[in-house]
Design a protein around this ligand. Structure first.
Ligand code: PGA
Length: 254
């Protein structure tokens, strides 16, 4: 059985005072409800260590990015080795905001995956088409090309450490979520690509999250789809009540 997972991606939000309150609220929720799905929170870098202390064993933390380089003269970058050394286990790689604003290509993302895996981090690997690509009916080909390049040098055994996330760019932060049917169609395609490359067992065991305007009102319908194994949540993860409802929705479908 593949794991159901809910990831909160805080992006560049919250000063430490607000962040600490939210981390404590999420910790309280998780300690009380003991959700059966895996809950991961990705706060800004400076809070990772303190988030780990607050969460203890109930919730995991993820970094929002990692350098593709090993170490050295890369001012402002954070390596996989550094993240690992402070107890971080997960890292979001290939988010569409990194692709568009920071010009990350599928090849750079592939290198980030390689360094993350080499240091024992679990990548949460994002893909997704733009609105233009969907309107031109290129969405399936676009996502296939992203997945194939990003997983180019990933072996079957490494695949067990990867979580995939389908996030249509047009749905991120816009309030226009993909319909359960649109999301399921893409998740099925992604699982099919995994089947071609790694076989049935790996394809069946890989968690594929949906992200893009998930909220407490639409999470249940999305998570009810057979190939949607949880969510990568942006805006709604900044509020403990909303995030808790989304976690509960995910746990319902275990
Ligand atoms: P959103 O962001 O939930 O605010 O649309 C999702 C994401 O960017 O991961």
């Amino acid at each position: 059985m593949r794991r159901k997972i809910v990831v909160g991606n805080w992006k560049m939000n919250k000063t430490w005072e607000d962040a600490r309150s939210l981390l404590m609220e999420i910790n309280r929720f998780a300690s009380t409800h003991k959700p059966k799905c895996l809950v991961i929170v990705a706060p800004p870098y400076p809070y990772l260590d303190r988030a780990n202390d607050i969460f203890m064993h109930h919730v995991e933390v993820a970094a929002q990015n990692v350098s593709q380089f090993e170490k050295g003269a890369y001012t402002g970058e954070i390596s996989a080795e550094i993240l690992k050394s402070i107890g971080v286990k997960y890292v979001i790689i290939g988010h569409s905001e990194r692709r568009t604003i920071h010009h990350e290509t599928n090849e750079i993302i592939r290198d980030k995956v390689a360094t993350a895996l080499a240091h024992g981090l679990n990548p949460i690997l994002c893909c997704g088409e733009t609105l233009d690509q969907r309107v031109e009916e290129k969405h399936l080909d676009t996502v296939r090309a992203q997945i194939e390049t990003m997983l180019d040098s990933v072996s079957s055994s490494q695949m067990q450490n990867i979580i995939l996330a389908y996030e249509p760019v047009w749905a991120i932060g816009t309030g226009h979520t993909a319909s359960p049917h649109q999301a399921q169609e893409m998740h099925e395609l992604i699982r099919g690509i995994l089947k071609e490359k790694y076989g049935d067992r790996i394809a069946d065991e890989t968690t594929i999250l949906y992200g893009g305007s998930v909220n407490s009102g639409n999470a249940d319908d999305l998570f009810a789809m057979p190939d949607i194994d949880g969510g990568l949540i942006g805006g709604a993860s900044l509020n403990a009540g909303d995030f808790g409802s989304i976690i509960n929705a995910s746990c319902k479908h275990i």
